[in-house]
Design a protein around this ligand. Sequence first.
Ligand code: PAF
Length: 282
Amino acid sequence: MILFYKKSELTYHIHDLKKRDKSIGFVPTMGALHQGHLSLVEQARNENDLVVASIFVNPTQFDNQEDLLKYPKTLESDLNLLKESGCHLVFIPAVEEMYTEQVAAKHFDFGGIEFEMEGKFRTGHFDGVATIVNELFKIVRPTIAYFGEKDFQQLQIITKLVELEELPIIIKGCPIFREKDGLAMSSRNLRLTDEQRKVAPFVYSILTKAKEKFKTQNIEKITEWVENQFNNHSLLDLEYFLIADENSLKPSIHKEISKNYRAFIAVYAGKIRLIDNINLSL
Ligand code: PAF
């Protein structure tokens, strides 16, 4: 496995791979890798000649400085895991390497989906994500790029990004990886206290119950039920729960047969923000 710290060196290497017609699977990450990330690497390995991963904690997608400073950093173990998973190249740039002039995001127009859910509660988040992913795509020039469905809205934004920028890249969404007790895997789970970790699977249990209710109940009633479940919870604070169709991501009020719905949730355990979602149509 080869490590790259400089854009120019990776660009040169990729140029050579492209000349030899190699297909490239790309898994961008912010490190603190877990099984979910490794499943993306595995899929990328099965579907491409080579796998490139990046590890970069992108400052412009954080709306909260404490969250940025405390974001888990486990580089040595990340590199071991990537090597064991068969990753070929890893890009680990410094902030100055990715943001040469100023550490600021560009502005993108994704037709409104950037203002729903995460966009509403984390101002500028998707401009930050799109800025860095766009930059990484231009360096790595992947054939296929892989993203977990836990960040479903991010996946939709990136699908729009490649359309907007006319990049010849296939974007693949991959299923959410869960701990045995149902908690969606996330790098931020490392920051949960033992007590918070014990109650965190409650989030997924609520989603599975909401999915069951979706078969017979209307959206308003389900939303009210979910909000009530968190009303008296001593350790978990609900930020939002909503049901939206997968394409517009706008909260739905009525069910339409032709649409695919998902339930989305964001919950605080102390200062740690947990997000999750579930497909209601499958
Ligand atoms: O999902 C993430 O880890 C990040 O948002 C990403 C896609 C690596 C961009 O920084």
